[in-house]
Design a protein around this ligand. Sequence first.
Ligand code: LIP
Length: 271
Amino acid sequence: MHQTDLGDHSDPADVNDLRTLCTDLAVSAASRAADGRAQPVRLEAETKSSVTDLVTEFDRAAENYIRERLLSERPRDGVVGEEGVDVPNTSGLTWIVDPIDGTTNFVFGLPAWGCSIAVTRGDTILAGAVHLPALRETYSAALGKGASLNGNNLTSSQSTSLHTALVATGFAYDSQRRSQQGALVANLLPQIRDIRRSGSAAYDLCCVAAGTVDAYYEHGLSIWDIAAGVLIAREAGAKVEFTPDSATTNITVVASASPIFESLRSAISAG
Ligand code: LIP
């Protein structure tokens, strides 16, 4: 993961404490966005990389809120966020922030959107949380401490057959890449139970953790889309890999029940 580390690595931050702060920040930021969305005013959305890549004042306000809290409570830590500039760390820790993952769902009023926050030391994800206000679901995990949904422990799918697997995926904002992704999913569809497309990578990875899907893959993501969900899914027992592991954007993630991981990875590579 791309982050500027000026850290002395002296911070012995406890992963349970970091999980608690991830959760508090995700719940507070996403709840503020939900409250703002509920106001009877016209929601204005701007576009970023393409006409379908949306961003709202609520995305920016949520990230600003998180950054202000981190500057106050964790002043030596770094920040990498979807809507702001990278901040280097002097503690060895970096916070990875997607203020609203599933922005299209947020704008259209669909429920699968939320705030995703993780904290890393180098390439190691120490803690993470995803809060989805419209679903009233809060997922979190700490390294080596398991994963939970609303405080209840999670165990991922034990599926042993790709042919009966329910597989989540997503598509990029770039139309040429979407054409390639469409061809890939068409090739995959006869090999699996079915596809689910939620519109939020963070939620898709949480669904792998909860076993409500057996697998998830997607190409072209950013580290803020996946950092928290990767740890949550891993701590729930899923096999999760993303490449390249030192990248910030254009990341491919594959997450699934261990028995079907290689057959899924092969199927999406051959597509
Ligand atoms: C979204 C991802 C989703 C992907 C969308 C978009 P955003 O992130 O969570 O999985 O399919 O194209 O990248 O833009 O809502 O933060």
